[in-house]
Every structure is written in C-alpha cells, then in structure tokens.
Design a protein around this ligand. Structure first.
Ligand SMILES: Nc1ncnc2c1ncn2[C@@H]1O[C@H](COP(=O)(O)OP(=O)(O)O)[C@@H](O)[C@H]1O
Ligand SMILES: [Mg+2]
Length: 450
C-alpha cells in the first residue's frame, strides 16, 4: 500500500521530531486493532493512556508511534515525538483535509447521523471511491482520526460530527471544512446538557458557517426551528432542503419502503431496504447531499436498495429458533428515535408486539416528561411494555394497565422476565440509551430457546 503519510508529511503536519524516519499506511489509536504499517497515536484520555500500549502496538507491526512522553516506551523505538498527541492528531487531520481534492460531506443532527453517514457511503460508493469512518467517530478525536485516515485519492469523504455539550461542533466543523453540510434532524436528544431545543438547533447550526464558498447546506425542512438553521448558512453557500413535501408517494412495509420523490427537481422511484419513515428522511438527506456533489442520483438511489440498518440501530434478527423477531435498537435512545423505532415495530408482521425500553439518558430536567410523553406512541404500536430504569417508570405508569408487562430497576433484572414472556409470533423491540445497557436483554433473548 502507498504511504498515507510520508516521514516529511508527519513532521511537517505536526511540528514533531522523529527518532528515525518512517512512513505510515494507516492510523490507529487502539493497540488492540492496530494494523501493520500504522502510525499508533498514543492518546491520553479519561479511560486510559495510550503511552502504556506503544510497545504492544509496535510488536503488532505499527510503523511507528506518535507520543508526547518517551519514558514508558521501548528503547530505539520509531517515534514521532510531539508536544501533545491529541493536538497533533488534529493537525494530521487538518493536513489530510487540506491536501484532499475530493468532496467532503459533513453530517450532524440530533438523530440519524450514523445512519445517514452509512447511507452516504453506500450511495456515493456507487459513483466513486468513498471514505467514511468505520463507526460513529464523531467527537474531538473521532473527527480528526477520520480525516487523518482519508486517502488523497478518494473522490468523496463523509464525516460525522456529534456533540454532547455546547461548543463542540464548531471546531470540528472548521476542521472538516465541508463542501456539503447535512443536518439530519433537530430533536430533544442531550436536552440535559443543552437546556433547550433552541440551544440544540443553534449547536447543530454551528456546522453551517464552516461550509466552503460555493458549497451547500442540506437542511431538514420539517424540523422545529428550521429558520434558525437557515439563518446560519453563510453568504456564498446554497441551501437545499429535504422533507415530507418532496415525497410523491411512499409504501412502507416491514423490510423497507418504496419511495417516489423529487430530488434536484427530478422525479425518482427507488427501494430503500430499511423500514420506517425516519429512514425515508435519512435517504432524502442522502440523495440531496449526493445531488449537491453532482453525483449520479439514479445510481445512488439504486445503491440504497443495498443499505441495511447499522447494528444496534434497527438491525433485525430471528430469535426463539426463528419463530420470533428481535428489533435491536439497543445502541441509543431519545424521544425521536424511540418513536421512530415504535413505528417500525408496528410495521413488523407479528401476532404480538413487545416493547422493551430502558431509560433515555442525558435529558436532565426534561427526563420525566420526555419519558411519560411516549405513552401515546407505545399505545399505537405495542401490545405490551417491559421497561427498566427510574425514568421509564414514568412511562410505565402512563400506559394502560392491560399493556403493562413489568417494570424492573435495571436491564439485568428485566432480562429474565422478558425471556420468560416472549413466545412464537412475537416481534420484540429492545431500545434504550447505551448507559441503560439494553444489550443485556438483547443477549439474553438471543440465547433464549423459547
Ligand atoms: N431521522 C431520524 N429520525 C428519528 N430517529 C432516527 C432517525 N434516523 C435514525 N434514527 C434512530 O435514531 C437512533 C440513532 O441513530 P443513528 O443513526 O445512530 O444516529 P446518531 O448517529 O445521530 O446517534 C437509532 O435508533 C435510529 O434508528
Ligand atoms: Mg452516531
């Protein structure tokens, strides 16, 4: 493989000093998954210090390590010594962005970022080499890492940008310098840290001023506070919107949707193999972004038939020896995404629909209301509710008595009850914030024989 960064690139980008010259073919921040030829970047985070794993990374074939301390590393190791590894990783990302001649799409929003990133990867790959992160790498190390891994010869790069706290998006947006910036949605995820929907909209909108001259903002026409988004688009950038009014006809089924819509002024028909209205919206965001890049829209749309939901975000699997269905949404939860998942549960063929919900976290003062407000959506889609966590108690108490399965303190306590209750013919939705550990219920269901 050709070099991703030459020795000159590495020192020039970071201002660091090499103990011996080396080039690298990839970048890794985790010694457990390092590939031969990688630059191992020793990041120091809350969860650990990468400097302790430099020797391991080099043993596994890393071409060298980027460090800001030399005490814990082996003698005569190939090192790029910098002042601070986090800052230097960001500088490598900036270097890679500056030399990149393809088009960069940045994606943010309250829900649907990773799904839209994956749809863009699927769609744009039909038109040219496309770079996107393997996972939801959307934070202060994920975005620089994704940019640094971008090969100069790619035609497109898709960068997910996320946030938990105010002020996080702007510097990452500046680094990504997008040709096209997509905002998928505005909804009450992270309300606890953000305080209000206005603050959330403004935070997402802080992606927009970084759109390059002549670039485009792709905005969700139906989102609350749409005007706040529109007003943040800089002069010199265009605006393209997507939403319900682009749809000419949609037929939803359990496996996906047949969509007839308008993109870039032209009518298209296509099949999306991921069920639910929210997936249709993500597909519209994707195709509008692709259109802004001048991609072949019929080709992109056709490619979306090959898209399938990401693990933990709507992937479906058989359970109970194939007699029942699991809808695995255990990766995260907010009001908008629980409603979307319940709507998909309703589409699934089943004799009984079971909702298994864990707490939605990071909602602060809004927690009780955001949970209780889901009662209508549960009534519409589920025959029975199993729930866990202190906040889900507010929802559990709100649903009709005949739909109450059980409320338990946590997912470990809930899992056996769910396994005992499921039977042939059921469709079972499992969803909750990652911190609610609903994966415990998923694992138990996958082992249950029925
Ligand atoms: N446009 C949307 N509206 C509502 N929910 C959505 C949307 N797109 C995805 N979801 C749901 O939200 C959750 C998170 O999806 P994901 O694509 O990982 O978003 P993010 O990267 O923004 O966290 C999943 O349960 C997914 O099914
Ligand atoms: Mg994500």
């Amino acid at each position: 493989m050709t070099a991703l960064f030459t020795a000159d690139d590495l020192t020039h980008a970071t201002g660091g000093v090499m103990t011996q010259p080396f080039h690298v073919t990839g970048i890794s921040i985790d010694s457990r998954t390092v590939s031969p030829g990688d630059l191992f970047v020793a990041l120091a985070t809350e969860t650990g210090d990468g400097h302790a794993h430099v020797a391991d990374a080099l043993r596994k074939g890393a071409a060298g390590a980027m460090v800001h301390r030399e005490d814990a590393v082996p003698d005569a190791a190939p090192l790029l010594v910098v002042r601070n590894t986090q800052a230097a990783l960001t500088e490598l990302g900036a270097f890679a962005r500056t030399r990149f001649e393809g088009a960069v799409v940045a994606v943010t929003g309250s829900v649907g970022k990773t799904t839209t990133k994956e749809m863009l990867r699927t769609a744009l790959s039909a038109c040219g080499p496309t770079h996107a992160a393997a996972a939801s790498y959307n934070n202060h190390w994920g975005v620089p890492l994704t940019l640094a891994r971008m090969r100069p010869e790619a035609a497109y790069a898709v960068i997910e940008i996320g946030m938990n706290h105010p002020g996080e998006i702007a510097p990452l947006a500046k680094l990504a310098a997008p040709d096209v910036a997509v905002i998928t949605s505005i909804a009450g995820a992270h309300l606890g840290h953000m305080g209000s929907l206005q603050a959330i909209a403004d935070e997402k909108a802080s992606l927009l001023p970084e759109i390059l001259q002549g670039g485009t903002a792709v905005l969700p026409a139906d989102a609350p506070l749409f005007d706040r988004l529109r007003q943040a688009v800089p002069r010199g950038a265009k605006i393209v919107t997507f939403g319900e009014s682009d749809l000419r006809g949609v037929r939803h089924d359990a496996d996906g949707s047949d969509i007839h819509c308008i993109v870039g002024g032209s009518e298209i028909h296509f099949r999306l193999n991921a069920p639910g209205r929210h997936m249709v919206m993500n597909a519209l965001a994707t195709l509008n972004a692709a259109w802004c890049l001048g991609a072949d829209i019929p080709l992109c749309a056709q490619a979306l038939a090959r898209f399938s939901p990401v693990a933990g975000r709507g992937a479906r699997r058989p359970i109970l020896a194939g007699t029942a269905t699991l809808l695995d949404e255990s990766y995260n939860a907010s009001g908008a995404s629980v409603r979307a998942a319940l709507a998909v549960l309703r589409l699934l063929p089943a004799t009984r629909r079971v909702a298994v919900l864990g707490d939605m976290l990071e909602l602060g003062d809004h927690s009780a209301r955001e949970h209780a407000d889901l009662a209508g959506a549960v009534a519409d889609s589920a025959d029975v509710l199993y729930a866990c966590g202190p906040w889900m108690k507010y929802l559990f108490n709100e649903v009709a008595a005949e739909k109450r399965g059980l409320h338990a303190p946590d997912s470990t306590a809930l899992a056996p009850a769910v396994c005992a209750a499921v039977r042939a013919g059921d469709a079972v939705l499992v969803k909750g914030s990652l911190g609610s550990r609903m994966g415990v219920v998923v694992d138990a269901l996958e082992k249950a024989a029925g």
